[in-house]
Design a protein around this ligand. Structure first.
Ligand SMILES: Cc1cc2nc3c(=O)[nH]c(=O)nc-3n(C[C@H](O)[C@H](O)[C@H](O)COP(=O)(O)OP(=O)(O)OC[C@H]3O[C@@H](n4cnc5c(N)ncnc54)[C@H](O)[C@@H]3O)c2cc1C
Length: 447
């Protein structure tokens, strides 16, 4: 059992994954430096290098729970500052697989805020740690390796106000640089041995924020899910702090809207009129922002045997999910906690040399459920290609039954909400009390 490793750890990238990893590392290292390419931002607005901050972000139950463990009282602080509190099943009007779900109080509480608001709060709590320093305007341009090339000894940093690069030497590095991670470029030998699982979804995201008189709505969130292949568009309205409503439209294998009119037309094409009606009555308070997600990608570092020691890659740099499932930040939080337990389980400091191997094996376990959930749906479209898991047709048959049954079977919906919130594994559906409700109801039409 290791209480302290000592020395210095460097986290590359100071977004959600990086900040949570830094918080965990502060329990084990004397000093933690976050190296972040962006400016120091002390405002609750989107950053240049995190363009997805312009889009609505859902924080799942599992993510909320980790944040509360890492920063006690964190959720209370969010709520006190204006986050919206919603019951996942009662406050969401959800059209899914041809049915509106019956709403009921589940006790699954979603705490809702815009992405920059959440990031600002995490950064505020991080600043209370005297051993964590954030170096802004500092771009990491490579790793420094030991003479035998096996161990990471530091990072090369290009600061915007300096002519020459600066080396930061350290005992441990976390790559939390997001989907654009240069890991494969900087460490080509290790990268060449670690396969990537890729599913090409070519998804667009288009988001605009609105204000409206919420007293007339009768819900806090509204979702019209895609149903591939026939219904490639999805639409979501989420309520956030300051009476803001984020309206996101997404489309698989589709072009994003270029104008507000095109945004309206896509909303109009959804199978139910609610989002289009909302847009007609609400006041826009932001521009329209679009984002393209070509693929879901998971790096199988667990399959390479030459990954550098004293380095772990996590967050979006390790795995990028389909954002419509709202999993990225919550999985990043679980990954940061995993890093903490791997450090805590070390018998002595020598085990730091092999920590990455244990960590990557566990990362596969943590990401498997959310990964399967998203890609199972993707592969309903014949033109979506990529690493198709064995048994996907059976999974699709099963999930269709679960989704349909959850429309009016309360305990099926509750389990679905728990699985989606990453607080229960998908095996939770296989309970003797639940199976008849999943299978009986639609057996005649849905075989
Ligand atoms: C459109 C969209 C919608 C999403 N919606 C949701 C949602 O609803 N719920 C959810 O949980 N997740 C969502 N996600 C995913 C979520 O944004 C990420 O999972 C989350 O931000 C964690 O990412 P990260 O911290 O690993 O990387 P990022 O957030 O991408 O941050 C990477 C950081 O590294 C820094 N950096 C990069 N390169 C360098 C370098 N060389 N040197 C120094 N710093 C560097 C960047 O400046 C940045 O701060 C969404 C993603 C997208 C694209």
């Amino acid at each position: 059992m290791t209480e302290s490793v000592g020395g210095r750890a460097v986290v590359v990238g100071g977004s959600i994954s990086g900040m949570l990893a830094a918080r965990v590392l502060a329990d084990f290292f004397d000093e933690v430096i976050i190296v972040e390419a962006d400016d120091a931002s002390y405002v609750k607005s989107a950053r240049k290098r995190v363009p997805q901050g312009e889009h609505s972000h859902v924080l799942l139950q599992a993510g909320q729970q980790v944040l509360e463990r890492l920063f006690p009282n964190f959720i209370t602080e969010l709520i006190a500052d204006g986050s919206v509190v919603a019951d996942f099943t009662n406050d969401l009007e959800w059209f899914h697989f041809g049915n509106w779900k019956k709403r009921f109080e589940s006790g699954i509480v979603a705490v809702q805020q815009t992405r920059p608001f959440l990031e600002w709060h995490i950064q505020r709590r991080l600043r209370q740690y005297s051993t964590i320093n954030i170096h802004h305007n500092s771009l990491v341009v490579g790793f420094i390796l030991s003479a035998d090339q096996k161990t990471i000894r530091g990072v090369k940093v290009r600061e915007s106000n300096r002519v020459s690069d600066n080396d930061i030497m350290c005992d441990f590095v976390v790559d939390a640089t997001g989907f654009g991670s240069q890991f494969r470029k900087w460490l080509p030998d290790a990268a060449s041995q670690s396969p990537m699982e890729t599913v090409k979804i070519d998804l667009f995201y288009a988001t605009r924020f609105y204000q409206t008189d919420s007293s007339k709505l009768g819900w806090k969130n509204l979702m019209i899910s895609a149903q591939l292949p026939d219904q490639p568009y999805a639409g979501v309205i989420l309520s956030f702090e300051d009476n803001k409503f984020g309206v996101t439209l997404g489309g698989y294998l589709k072009q994003p809207p270029k104008t507000d009119e095109e945004f309206m037309l896509i909303a109009q094409s959804l199978p139910e009129p609610h989002i289009h009606e909302f847009l007609r009555n609400a006041t826009p308070i932001s521009d329209l922002h679009t984002y393209r997600i070509p693929s879901q990608v998971r790096n199988r570092f667990d399959r390479a045997n030459n990954m550098p020691h004293h380095l772990v890659v996590l967050g979006d740099a390790y795995c990028r999910f389909d954002p419509l499932y709202g999993q990225g930040m919550s999985v990043a939080a679980l990954e940061a906690e995993l890093l903490g337990s791997e450090l805590r389980n070390m018998k002595d400091r020598g085990e730091l040399d092999t920590l990455h191997n244990r960590f990557y094996k566990q990362l596969v376990r943590i990401t498997q459920g959310p990964w399967d959930m998203a890609i199972t749906e993707s592969f309903r479209h014949p033109d979506i290609s990529g690493c198709r898991p064995r048994g996907v047709k059976l999974m699709q048959w099963l999930t269709r039954k679960i989704y349909r049954a959850s429309a009016n079977q309360q305990d099926v919906y509750l389990t679905l909400a728990q699985v989606m919130n990453l607080t229960k594994p998908s095996s939770a559906f296989f309970r003797p009390t639940l199976l008849p409700k999943i299978f009986v109801q639609f057996s005649s039409t849905d075989a």
